[in-house]
Design a protein around this ligand. Structure first.
Ligand code: FE2
Ligand code: FE2
Length: 208
């Protein structure tokens, strides 16, 4: 694909992520469960955690698009773009859940998208094995973060918990996919830097 075409597709994807409602092919996990009677405190907690997860999915969209743009190998590019489409479902699920809880999305989403897109492009420029290694490590860290949310979400908020559980399964499969395509383990300092970066994002998105 010509570079200009890729940039137009990337720009279109950014606008879709930030300005429109994401669509899902799979049914929303937990959609069949009744809405629990949550206290105000529980509702605020669920809202904040689902906002953090939504921001994570905005970042995933941007990372995958950035990585797909600069990936060297056509097969790797297609794999990344396919994964980005799957992440769109997570975006849709978290967005819907936030609305059900009467919450709002992060006002900083354009900033998260821009920063993640730049990081994704940089990872792609380093070559496919590092690009895929970065993806696998990202998914691994997201998985840890989601399992921490399963500890923190109110026990009776089955609808939020079902979404987070399915996302945890999907992210693990994305990590496996990246490794099976040749991703390598990242150096320890890079992993630590990624953890610090995501901590800033998750702690900010909890509030705004
Ligand atoms: Fe995801
Ligand atoms: Fe993922």
């Amino acid at each position: 694909m010509m570079n200009i075409d890729k940039f137009i597709i990337g720009f279109d994807s950014a606008l879709r992520t930030l300005l429109t409602s994401a669509q899902t092919v799979r049914p929303v996990p937990g959609g069949e469960l009744p809405e629990a009677a949550l206290t105000d405190v529980e509702k605020r907690l669920s809202c904040a955690l689902m906002r953090v997860n939504h921001v994570g999915e905005v970042c995933a969209q941007a990372l995958y698009q950035g990585q797909g743009l600069t990936a060297r190998n056509e097969a790797v590019q297609q794999t990344l773009l396919q994964a980005a489409r799957e992440e769109t479902e997570h975006l849709a699920w978290t967005e819907r859940r936030i609305a059900e809880l009467g919450g709002r999305k992060s006002v900083l989403n354009p900033l998260w998208y821009g920063g993640s897109f730049a990081i994704g492009m940089f990872a792609g420029m380093l070559g496919d094995k590092w690009n895929l290694g970065f993806l696998a490590e990202t998914e691994h860290q997201v998985g840890e973060h989601l399992s921490s949310h399963l500890q923190r979400l109110p026990d009776n908020d089955g609808r939020s918990r079902a979404i987070v559980k399915q996302m945890e399964i999907d992210e693990a499969s994305h990590a496996t996919m990246a490794l099976s395509h040749g991703g390598v383990e990242l150096p320890f300092p890079v992993k630590v830097t990624m953890k610090l970066g995501s901590k800033v994002m998750t702690q900010t998105a909890y509030w705004i």
